[in-house]
Design a protein around this ligand. Structure first.
Ligand code: G3H
Ligand code: 13P
Ligand code: ZN
Length: 322
């Protein structure tokens, strides 16, 4: 059942985080739904511009609609990840999305406010909520590459002004993470002080809490990288991500949506590299596809435990029925 992102946020805020998983194909969709049912977790499906273009946006949206029939117990929201203005409007007008992200963080502060405000007006008119980004994460966001030198943490004072002026419903704050497999050199450093200050400023201004979103949250398991490389991959073994034990402390401070893409790609790469290494005569893609669906479901269920969303499904259903 597709629900609003706002409803999920309201129930989860300050207690646990909802996993927002990027998907692109049938196998990921099956694994995601199974993993969330197995772990009794609500979730957010997010589609990037790239995912909507990979086959055709109608194809991946139809796959989600089919999964909705196959897994009637599932409770989830559908979200556009890292949208530009045009893609936000396309998703808002389609009637299929629960929320959109407008990523105008590479513009000046004032331009970011103006663009976000326009998207908020169009989205709210249709009951859709809007995630906006302030500050710059390192790595690649769609086709915009941000090198580590230009990545900058969100300024908490600016965040309050941004929220007030733009009217956004949730905020992707840059707190030291970046997209992809190479997030930290040496020691991981997440800046929870930024989240804390933003939440304090919002409360002091008398505003209701604004859920925060943590992008670039994959944990890039060492063992996954090792297995990929043992099966012919050449990933840099220093690849390193967010410590999964940081998810819940972040959630308690107001990080309500945690974005995961890279870790799922690593599962895919490990399964397929190992399968074809061990079965060099094989050319049917369904056997590794089946292994991937099982492995991806297991990965999702384990991630939901770390996020605290595992086991929340029945409470969410009861609360939504009220
Ligand atoms: O933040 C970006 C997500 O990982 C989506 O990646 O644009 O390659 O689909 P993508
Ligand atoms: P990862 O690259 O850490 O999985 O982050 C994904 C993301 O932030 C999608 O918006
Ligand atoms: Zn992101």
């Amino acid at each position: 059942m597709i629900v609003t992102t706002a409803a999920l946020f309201k129930l989860a805020y300050g207690k646990y985080a909802i996993g927002a998983y990027n998907i692109n194909n049938i196998e990921q969709t099956m694994g995601l739904f199974r993993g969330c049912i197995d772990s009794r977790a609500p979730f957010i499906i997010q589609l990037s511009k790239g995912a909507r273009k990979y086959s055709d946006k109608r194809m991946i949206e139809a796959v989600i609609r089919a999964a909705d029939e196959i897994f009637p117990e599932a409770i989830y929201a559908v979200h556009l990840d890292h949208g530009d203005e045009e893609t936000c409007y396309d998703c808002i007008d389609s009637g299929f999305y629960s929320s959109v992200m407008i990523d105008a963080s590479h513009h000046s502060f004032d331009e970011n406010v103006e663009i976000t405000k326009r998207v908020v007006e169009r989205a709210h008119a249709k009951g859709i909520s809007v995630e906006a980004e302030l500050g710059m994460l390192g790595g690649v966001e769609e086709d915009i590459a941000v090198d580590e030198g230009n990545a900058c943490l969100t300024n908490p004072d600016e965040a309050l002004e941004f929220i007030q002026r733009s009217g956004c419903d949730s905020l992707a704050a840059a707190i030291g993470t970046s997209h992809g497999a190479y997030k930290f050199k040496g020691q991981q450093s997440l800046h929870f002080d930024v989240i804390e200050k933003i939440a304090k400023h919002i409360a002091a201004a008398g505003l209701p809490p604004v859920p925060m979103v943590m992008h670039g949250s994959s944990s890039v398991p060492k063992d996954e990288v090792r297995r990929i490389n043992a099966a012919g991959g050449t990933l840099d073994p220093s690849a390193c991500g967010v410590n999964e034990d940081e998810y819940l402390p972040a959630a308690k401070l107001g990080v309500t949506k945690i974005n995961i893409d890279t870790d799922g790609r690593l599962v895919w790469t490990r399964v397929h590299r190992e399968f074809f290494r061990d079965n060099p005569n094989e050319f049917d893609f369904r056997p590794p596809g089946k292994i991937f669906m099982d492995e991806y479901a297991k990965f999702i269920a384990a991630k939901n435990v770390k996020l605290g969303s595992a086991g929340q499904l029945d409470d969410i259903r009861a609360a939504l029925a009220k």
